[in-house]
Ligand binder design. Structure first.
Ligand code: PRX
Length: 650
C-alpha cells in the first residue's frame, strides 16, 4: 500500500453530493455553507447564542464568551442539565416511545430502550448514586464494557451533577489506577466481566487490583453481565441490579440545575510527555457543540437509525453515541462486541438487521474489513444506508474509495471527520449535502471554527505547504483545562503560538480543503487509539530487564501505524525471543493490549546527541526501513545508526 502522503499528493478525484441527498439535507449547498460559516466567524457570539437557544435552559446565560486569563468560559450565568436535554425534553415533547438505544449484544440478541424507558433507568440510577452519598461535583469512575448501563451511568451522573470519568474497559488495572488517583474518584461503577470474541473477559479483577491503591473510592457498584464469579468486597461492593430493585428507589429524580461552566466529565488521553492528562469538558458548551455538530454533520432526520462503532470509553462514544445523538432525540445502535465476531460481516449484519441509515466507524476497521473481501458486505442488504462517516486517523484514499463504493454503493456521502478528545466534537468535516468530497481530505472547518496551518515561526503556511494545524478562536466544545494541571493546559495547547495547537500537521489545498498528515508530536495513533510514546517507554523501563527504551511508529497496512520499540537491556539479560514476548505482555499488562509493540529490536546503544537526547527522527527512519536519517553528525557515535539499521526487525 503506498504511504498516505504519496497517495494524497496524487489524489485528484472530486465527488459531488447527489442532488436528492442535498435537497433533503440541513445544508444544501456550498453557497449556503459559506454564508453560515462567514456569519459564524464574523460574529461567533451571536451565532452560538442563537444555537444555544435550541437547548432547554433553567436559566439563560448572561455572557456568551469570556476569556479568563486564557481559560475560556461559555454561557456564564446560565443553568441547564445535560441529562434533561438528552431525555426529559424529548419525553415531554411526545417522544417517550421513540427508540433511544438499540443495544446489540455480541450473542446476537438485542435490547431496546425508548426515551421513556431510558429516562426512568437514568432517574433510578441517579437516585442510587445519591443514596450512596455521591454529591454534586464528586468524580465517579466508570469502567464498563459496551452495555447500556454505561450510558445510563453517565447520564445519571450528569443528572445529579457528578463528574463522570470513563476509562476504556480494555485498559489495564495500572492504567485505571493512575486515572483514579489523578481524579480522586469517590466511587467506581464496573462489571463482573465482558464478552469479547465469544469469550468472557474479567473486569472486576482489574478494578480490584486498581482499588488497592485508590483510597478515595469508597463504593463500587457492579453490573452482573457475564455471571462469572468475582471477589465481592463486603462494605464496598454492591450489585447494580439489587440497588436498582430497592423499593425506596424512585423512578423520578429532578435534574440538578448545573451552571454552564461546572464540570461534566473528565476523559484521559495521551500526550507527548508523562502520564495521560484528564481532559475536562463542562456542561453547556460541550453539550451544545456535540449536539450541533451531530445534527449538521450526520444530517440527522427523525427516522434515521444511526450506528457508531466506537467504544464509549473514547471521546467518539461520549460525543457521538451519548450526548450528540441523544440531545437530538436520535435512535442509536450500540454494539457490545468485536467487529469480526462471529464472522467478518458482523457490522454489515447489524446494518441489515436494524436498517441502519448512518454508519460511523474508523479507518482501521474499514481497512481490516476490506481485507476480508467484498463477499462479506455483498451478502448483506445495505440498502438502508444513506451516509457514512470515519474518524480517528487519516484515511487513505484506497480505503475511502472501498468504503464509498462497496459499503455506500456510490450513493452515500462519506464524512471524514477530524477532531480530538480535547475539541469535544468534530471541527473539520464535510457537510454531506453540501461539500464536494475529495477522498482522504477532511475538507472544511465546521461553523465557528477558524482552522489554519502555521509554520514553525508562526507565519501562515502557503497553499499545499505542510505545517502545524491550529484553531485560532475558541469554540464551545473545547476543553476547559487539564484536570489538576492548569499549567499543562496552557503549556501544551497555547504556549507555542498563543492559539490552540492541535498537535497535528496538515496542509490546505487550493480549494481550501484540509489534509491531515499526522501528529507533530510523540503521540502514536495505533488503530486509531491514541498512545503516548512516553507511556510505553515507561512501561518497558519498569521491566527488570530493560535499561532504556525508545518508541517510534512505523506504517502498518491495517492499523495505520504500529509501535516499534528499541530496547537496551541491563547487564546479565539475554537478547532472545522469549524476552521480547515477555516485554510485550508486560506492556499489555501495565497499559493494555492496544499499546503492545508490534516489533521490538534489542540494541546495545541508541542514537543520542551529546546532551543525551535520543534522536527519534533517526529511529523512525530505521523502523520505516528508510535510509533518510537527516543529519547524524551531532550524534555521540554516528556508527550506532548503521548497526541499528542492519539489525532492523522486518
Ligand atoms: O491525529 C488526529 C487523529 O486523532 C487525534 C485525536 O485523537 P483522540 O483524541 O483519541 O480522538 C480521536 C477521535 C476524535 C487527532 O489529533 N484524527 C482524528 N480524526 C482524524 C484524525 N486524523 C486524520 N483524520 C481524521 N478524520
Amino acid at each position: 500500500m503506498p504511504s498516505y502522503i504519496d497517495s494524497i499528493l496524487k489524489e485528484s478525484r472530486v465527488l459531488y453530493p447527489h442532488e436528492e441527498f442535498s435537497r433533503n439535507s440541513h445544508v444544501k449547498s456550498m453557497k449556503e455553507y459559506s454564508k453560515i460559516y462567514k456569519k459564524s466567524i464574523e460574529n461567533p457570539e451571536a451565532f452560538w447564542a442563537e444555537k444555544a437557544d435550541e437547548l432547554e435552559w433553567f436559566k439563560k446565560w448572561n455572557s456568551v464568551l469570556r476569556n479568563d486569563h486564557g481559560f475560556f468560559k461559555w454561557f456564564e450565568g446560565g443553568e441547564l442539565n445535560a441529562s434533561d436535554n438528552c431525555l426529559d425534553r424529548h419525553v415531554k415533547s411526545g417522544n417517550a416511545n421513540k427508540k433511544a438505544i438499540i443495544w446489540e449484544q455480541e450473542s446476537g440478541k438485542n435490547r431496546i430502550y425508548t426515551y421513556g424507558q431510558l429516562l426512568k433507568e437514568v432517574c433510578r440510577f441517579a437516585n442510587v448514586l445519591k443514596k450512596k452519598n455521591v454529591k454534586r461535583g464528586d468524580v465517579v469512575q466508570i469502567y464498563l464494557p459496551m452495555i447500556p448501563e454505561l450510558p445510563i451511568a453517565m447520564l445519571a451522573c450528569a443528572r445529579i451533577g457528578a463528574i463522570h470519568s470513563v476509562v476504556f474497559a480494555g485498559f489495564s488495572s495500572d492504567a485505571l489506577k493512575d486515572r483514579i488517583q489523578d481524579s480522586s474518584a469517590v466511587m467506581i461503577i464496573t462489571a463482573d466481566g465482558s464478552y469479547r470474541n465469544g469469550k468472557v473477559v474479567s473486569l472486576k479483577d482489574n478494578a480490584d487490583n486498581a482499588l488497592k491503591e485508590c483510597p478515595t473510592v469508597k463504593n463500587a457498584i457492579i453490573v452482573k453481565r457475564t455471571g462469572i464469579s468475582i471477589n465481592f468486597v463486603g462494605g464496598r461492593d454492591c450489585w447494580w441490579d439489587e440497588l436498582m430493585k430497592e423499593k425506596e428507589i424512585s423512578d423520578l429524580c429532578e435534574p440538578e440545575k448545573m451552571h454552564s461552566e461546572e464540570s461534566l466529565f473528565i476523559l484521559y488521553t495521551s500526550g507527548t510527555t508523562g502520564k495521560p492528562k484528564g481532559i475536562l469538558h463542562t456542561q453547556a458548551g460541550y453539550l451544545l457543540f456535540a449536539s450541533q455538530t451531530f445534527r449538521y454533520i450526520f444530517d440527522i432526520n427523525n427516522d434515521d437509525i444511526y450506528f457508531c462503532t466506537a467504544d464509549i470509553g473514547w471521546i467518539t462514544g461520549h460525543s457521538y453515541i451519548v450526548y450528540g445523538p441523544l440531545s437530538n432525540c436520535a435512535t442509536v445502535v450500540m454494539y457490545e462486541g468485536a467487529p469480526t465476531y462471529p464472522s467478518p460481516d458482523r457490522f454489515w449484519r447489524i446494518i441489515e438487521k436494524h436498517e441502519v441509515t448512518i454508519f460511523y466507524t474508523a479507518p482501521t476497521a474499514i481497512r481490516a474489513l476490506a481485507k476480508e473481501g467484498n463477499e462479506w458486505p455483498n451478502k448483506c442488504n445495505l440498502s438502508s444506508l444513506r451516509l457514512l462517516g470515519t474518524v480517528g486517523e487519516p484515511i487513505n484514499p484506497e480505503a475511502w474509495m472501498w468504503y464509498y463504493e462497496t459499503i455506500g454503493k456510490k450513493k452515500c456521502p462519506v464524512v471524514d471527520t477530524w477532531w480530538q478528545t480535547e475539541t469535544g466534537g468534530i471541527l473539520i468535516s464535510p457537510l454531506p449535502g453540501a461539500t464536494p468530497l475529495k477522498p482522504g481530505s477532511a475538507t472544511k472547518p465546521f461553523f465557528g471554527i477558524a482552522a489554519d496551518v502555521l509554520r514553525e515561526d508562526g507565519s501562515k503556511a502557503n497553499l499545499n505547504e505542510g505545517g502545524y494545524l491550529v484553531i485560532k478562536n475558541p469554540w464551545p466544545g473545547m476543553l476547559r483545562t487539564v484536570w489538576n494541571n492548569p499549567d499543562r493546559y496552557k503549556k501544551t495547547y497555547f504556549e507555542k503560538f498563543g492559539v490552540y495547537l492541535t498537535g497535528d500537521t496538515a496542509h490546505i489545498d487550493e480549494d481550501g480543503y484540509f489534509w491531515i498528515m499526522g501528529r507533530s508530536d510523540d503521540v502514536i495513533k495505533v488503530a486509531g487509539h491514541r498512545i503516548g510514546s512516553a507511556e510505553v517507554e515507561s512501561s518497558l523501563v519498569s521491566h527488570r530487564a530493560v535499561a532504556e527504551a525508545a518508541i517510534v511508529p512505523f506504517p502498518h497496512e491495517i492499523k495505520g501505524q504500529a509501535i516499534y520499540a528499541f530496547v537496551t537491556l541491563k547487564k546479565g539479560f539475554d537478547k532472545n525471543d522469549l524476552l521480547k514476548e515477555e516485554l510485550r505482555s508486560h506492556v499489555s499488562k501495565t497499559l493494555g493490549p492496544i499499546a503492545k509493540p508490534d516489533k521490538i529490536q534489542f540494541a546495545d546503544d541508541l542514537p543520542k546527541t551529546r546532551s543525551g537526547k535520543i534522536m527519534r527522527r533517526i529511529l523512525k527512519a530505521i523502523a520505516e526501513g528508510s535510509a533518510e536519517y537527516g543529519n547524524i553528525t551531532t550524534l555521540v557515535d554516528p556508527n550506532v545508526v548503521k548497526i541499528l539499521a542492519e539489525n532492523r526487525e522486518k
